[in-house]
Design a protein around this ligand. Structure first.
Ligand code: ASP
Length: 354
């Protein structure tokens, strides 16, 4: 039920959604949020209040750095008590990274933080921006009969899909259905009505405070395997200076070559206290290093399973854990435990389709 007394804060960070076409030059320019309701008169039909903040300068999301994530979290923290929910307008290119980072940076979130964007600017006739924005605002204002928000999570709403932020991936550069969550069900779907999967949505502890975290360490790298990858490439990445963690993108259920030179490089890196997290290049399913000899050797070498983590979420979680100065053992444990629903452990897998 939409709370007609809700106050929602709309934060425009940048991206296609907020662009309009200059009728004279035909070029895309940032939309003037001071005139939001003249471009989007539909907003006046909401009975709840929508205030907005525009980042200065706005940024294309391919420019995003952890500093931008901190700015977004700082903005939410500053206004946390005044608003019932937050809608963040963000470019689609790195939206899944930002959503993942925010999910770790805001602990025990009590309120919806809904990210959305668009494939076509708000000023275009066939834009998807209006529907995405209007539905995201409704989701942020939706409450249950006890007055608690329905989706107290960092999530992405795009086209018809409401997805957990740290499970989302941008999958389409052309069509309106740009995001997918392969390893976790949708939190909701919009059609004539917005339908939520209440069992899939995280619930915070309302007796405990929300905690905002700002320490992030981006000293991480990734190594994506492919047949024929050279010893030199592997060696170069695994011995990069001042790198604390490497995301190893393996095949299938977490498999990698058994070549002695490859395994030696992995063992050496682990011995130098580099954290190596194994995630699969497959979109669906999870790493299980026990299944094949090619995975077992990685496990023996000290590689950590990323289970069914998205790449985006593994990046954000490692930056968060390393930034918080957990030692190697702690990171090892925390990477294998879902902090905010970002991974499924094998023992928690249910209703697996056969
Ligand atoms: N390059 C743009 C961005 O990610 C694309 C978009 O907004 O969809 O900021």
């Amino acid at each position: 039920m939409i709370d007609v007394n809700a106050h929602i804060l709309l934060i425009y960070t940048g991206g296609t959604i907020g662009m309009i076409e200059n009728p004279k030059t035909g070029s895309l320019e940032p939309f003037d949020f001071a005139h939001l309701t003249s471009h989007l008169p539909e907003l006046q039909r909401f009975r709840f209040q929508v205030d907005h903040i525009v980042f200065d300068p706005v940024f294309d999301s391919s420019e995003v750095t952890p500093e931008h994530w901190k700015r977004i979290v700082r903005t939410i923290e500053k206004h946390y008590n005044q608003y019932d929910g937050f809608v963040i307008l963000h470019g689609t290119d790195t939206m899944a990274y930002t959503a993942s980072a925010l999910s770790f940076m805001i602990e025990n979130l009590h309120k919806p933080v809904v990210l959305t964007g668009a494939q076509l600017p708000i000023g275009k006739l066939r834009t998807d921006a209006k529907e995405n924005l209007i539905t995201a605002l409704e989701i942020a204002a939706d409450k249950d009969i006890l007055g608690n928000p329905i989706v107290p999570e960092v999530c992405i709403f795009f086209q018809n899909d409401l997805l957990r932020g740290n499970r989302s991936t941008k999958v389409n550069a052309d069509n309106f259905n740009a995001f997918k969550s392969y390893n976790y069900p949708n939190l909701g779907k919009s059609g004539i009505q917005i339908r939520y999967d209440r069992k899939a949505i995280l619930q915070p502890d309302y007796d405990k405070k929300t905690i905002f975290h700002y320490y992030l360490d981006s000293r991480i790298a990734s190594l994506r395997l492919f047949p024929g990858i050279s010893k030199y490439t592997v060696e170069t990445i695994l011995s990069l200076k001042d790198i604390r963690a490497i995301i190893l993108e393996t095949y299938g259920s977490g498999n990698a070559p058994l070549s002695p030179w490859f395994l030696d490089q992995i063992r050496n890196a682990v011995r130098r206290d580099v954290i190596i997290v194994n995630i699969t290049q497959c979109k669906i399913g999870m790493v299980d290093m026990q299944r094949y000899e090619t995975g077992r050797e990685l496990l023996k070498a000290g590689v950590i399973s990323g289970f069914d983590s998205t790449f985006e979420s593994a990046v954000a979680k490692l930056m968060f854990l390393i930034g918080h100065k957990y030692d190697k053992e702690d990171i090892n444990i925390r990477m294998r435990v879902p902090l905010v629903g970002e991974i499924t452990r094998p023992e928690d897998r249910v209703n697996e389709k056969i």
